[in-house]
Design a protein. Structure first.
Length: 143
């Protein structure tokens, strides 16, 4: 039996599978029946059986909910949403990882560009020094 707080996916499963009754929902979620009843009550969901467990009587939405309860389908990063990208995480975690990677690449390129600029500036300064050519003064400088 699992213990601890419910994931977003488990809460959605309680909502979707409620017509099947508390026993079935508890079995699917691998949780204690009383814990499922308490959680459903807090969520305002009735677990009263409206029909027997028969796949033929289930709506397509309920069948999708059952098939989506596979724990490997939950995002390994956040555990709250279903995996729906090729990267193996949910959309939000995927975008968060992309943002992090892009920011890291930007910082790397920025440091590299600054280093190249400073190297070029120093090379020009040394060349001017060798040739005895004074550096040009900028606008507003002392004349």
């Amino acid at each position: 039996m699992r213990r601890g707080s419910y994931t977003y996916g488990e809460e959605r499963a309680i909502e979707e599978l409620a017509p099947l009754g508390a026993e079935y929902v508890a079995l699917i979620l691998d949780r204690d029946i009383e814990c499922v009843r308490r959680k459903a009550s807090r969520m305002g969901v009735s677990l009263a059986k409206s029909f027997e467990i028969n796949v033929r009587n289930m709506s397509e939405r309920q069948l999708k909910a059952i098939t989506s309860l596979n724990p490997t389908m939950l995002c390994p990063s956040c555990g709250k949403r279903f995996v729906n990208t090729l990267s193996g995480v949910c959309d939000l975690c995927h975008l968060d990882a992309l943002t992090t990677n892009h920011n890291a690449e930007y910082r790397r390129l920025s440091v590299e560009a600054e280093r190249t600029y400073n190297t070029s500036k120093k090379r020009l300064s040394r060349l001017r020094e060798e040739l005895g050519v004074p550096a040009p003064r900028g606008k507003g400088g002392d004349a």
